[in-house]
Design a protein around this ligand. Structure first.
Ligand SMILES: O=P(O)(O)OC[C@H]1O[C@H](OP(=O)(O)OP(=O)(O)O)[C@H](O)[C@@H]1O
Ligand SMILES: Nc1ncnc2[nH]cnc12
Length: 181
């Protein structure tokens, strides 16, 4: 949790039963619309990683890009996009995984990292952890070292963050939501 966690949580909007009945969608667009909130969000990640000698921020398509690129800029390190299938033009490696709703394949350029690069993986939200684990698998297959997985929101009751920890990765989330919030 960040020192701004409670404040940022109060700015995030919950849209009930979207995109299908039973899903409480955690909408970060009110944070992006509010320059003070967006700055606090990016600063939460920058403060956490600025002394960790990070070589690259890898972020997950699409909402991960919104936070990953400004964090990489502030850390003065590389930005690497992990994209949905069919979007990257060069040679790729891929992983398929299940979402809280549906299925997805993500891809990474085969030359994205050098052996031993220190990587933070970023996304907006951890639900089942499938997206984050697909990303960590891609990074490790390409020679990178995952220093931490980072998200704005963790949904701990769905179990993804515990699953990521069981796979041996550290997890940082700015805030958490329980299902009935
Ligand atoms: O922990 P998980 O169960 O994998 O779920 C989290 C992922 O689901 C959402 O992505 P989505 O594919 O809906 O895409 P978007 O960012 O393009 O909106 C979200 O942005 C995370 O990437
Ligand atoms: N509940 C949720 N809210 C926003 N994005 C999501 N991605 C997966 N589950 C989500």
């Amino acid at each position: 949790m960040s020192i701004y966690g409670d404040y940022l949580k109060s700015v995030i909007r919950t849209v009930r039963d979207w995109p299908e009945p039973g899903i409480n969608f955690r909408d970060i667009t009110p944070v992006l619309q509010n320059s003070a909130a967006f700055r606090k969000l990016i600063d939460s990640f920058v403060h956490r990683y600025q002394e960790m000698e990070i070589d690259a921020v890898a972020a997950i398509d699409a909402r991960g890009f919104i936070i990953g690129a400004p964090v990489a800029y502030e850390l003065n390190c590389s930005f690497v996009p992990i994209r949905k299938k069919g979007k990257l033009p060069f040679q790729t490696i891929s992983e398929t995984y299940r979402l809280e709703y549906g299925e997805a394949t993500v891809e990474l350029h085969a030359d994205a990292f050098r052996e031993g690069d220190r990587i933070v993986v970023m996304d907006d939200l951890i639900a089942t952890g499938g997206s984050m684990l697909a990303a960590t698998n891609l990074i490790e297959r390409s020679g990178g070292r995952v220093i931490e997985t980072a998200a704005i929101i963790d949904l701990p009751e769905i179990g993804g963050s515990d699953r990521i920890r069981r796979e041996g990765h550290s997890v940082f989330a700015v805030c958490e939501f329980t299902e009935n919030e």
